[in-house]
Write a protein that binds this ligand. Structure first.
Ligand code: ATP
Ligand code: MG
Length: 302
């Protein structure tokens, strides 16, 4: 019995040694697996990071591609609009120049002056189309800065209306209503002039002879309101949602010249000054444009 017991103890020791050895091996395998798992997790995290960066880059590339495409479209639209709109003033310049050239001796002073005026106004028209395009691309690139100054709103509007008297069609006239209240404002005069000039010249262009154009300017010290109302051809309801889009022209303009850039520029300018523009219109009855701007432009708005 003692001998058997001894043997059992020995076998037990061997077994325990074996178990210990196996446990050690198992622990090392488990540790290896844990290490491999840690490495895998780190690799997965790294891949996810790279994937995220790639997705971001892809989005950036897509955005700049879209922008390129939009710019390309803008250039194409400009080329087709310009080639169409340039034709009339260019042929008018050419015909006046030819008359002056071929019949220099025969034309009297009055006719001479008429042709020179025609050339000048056609050149001015061409320049204004080019300026519109330049202004729009500057605005799209965010390259327009605001230069606020203090001035009297009513004086400013009166000056513009005086300046525009020469553009009225026969029988058309301005009614300028000045609302009471404070008149000193802090705003960018040049940009405001461009805004008012555009909407008043539209009111003239899209109204018939003999019709009145009503302009009202008002400020309560906080906001400036510019309102231009005409009784002209109006804007068809189906075209109204697209009116401020680049190159958009309503379906009822027929052969009235224009590039469809004026209002797109005006809207961007109004927003640049921290304001907005809206309109009401009924086809065949007339249109009212209202521009609301802050009366004290804050530099933080840019
Ligand atoms: P331009 O670039 O020479 O100003 P345009 O007058 O055609 O050309 P916008 O001033 O942008 O371009 O006006 C866009 C369109 O909105 C016009 O083509 C016209 O259809 C419509 N519109 C604008 N103002 C009036 C208005 N007062 N009455 C009727 N339609 C108008
Ligand atoms: Mg216009």
């Amino acid at each position: 019995i003692l001998r058997l017991n001894d043997e059992l103890v020995k076998q037990n020791d061997t077994l325990e040694a074996k178990v210990e050895e196996r446990t050690e091996k198992l622990t090392s395998v488990v540790n290896d697996m844990l290490e491999a798992n840690r490495r895998l997790n780190a690799e997965i995290a790294e891949r996810q990071r790279v994937e995220r960066i790639l997705r971001e880059r892809e989005q950036e590339i897509q955005e700049s591609l879209n922008r390129e495409r939009e710019l390309g479209e803008l250039k194409t639209r400009f080329l087709s609009t310009a080639s169409h709109e340039f034709r009339t003033p260019l042929s008018s310049i050419l015909s006046s120049a030819e008359i002056l050239d071929l019949h220099a001796q025969k034309v009297d002073n009055q006719q001479f002056a008429k042709h020179v005026r025609r050339i000048k106004s056609s050149v001015e028209h061409l320049t204004s189309i080019l300026n519109d395009f330049l202004n729009l691309s500057k605005l799209e690139d965010g390259h327009v800065s605001v230069d606020p100054q203090i001035f009297c709103l009513h004086e400013f509007c009166n000056d513009i209306i005086d300046e525009m008297q020469g553009l009225l069609k026969p029988g058309q006239r301005f009614l300028h209503e000045e609302k009471n209240g404070q008149t000193e404002v802090l705003a960018d005069k040049k940009i405001m002039k461009n805004i008012l000039f555009n909407i008043v010249s539209n009111a003239i262009k899209y109204s018939h002879e003999g019709q009145t154009i009503e302009c009202s300017t008002r400020t309560d010290g906080k906001k400036i309101q510019l309102r231009v109302r005409d009784h002209g051809m109006g804007i068809p309801e189906k075209d109204q949602p697209y009116l401020f889009g680049n190159f958009f022209r309503a379906s009822n303009v027929e052969n009235i010249p224009g590039t469809g850039l004026g209002l797109a520029i005006v809207k961007r300018y109004a927003e640049l000054l921290g304001g907005n523009i809206h309109f009401q219109s009924k086809e065949g009855e007339g249109t009212t444009f209202t521009v609301i701007l802050p009366a004290h432009f804050e530099t933080s708005q840019t």
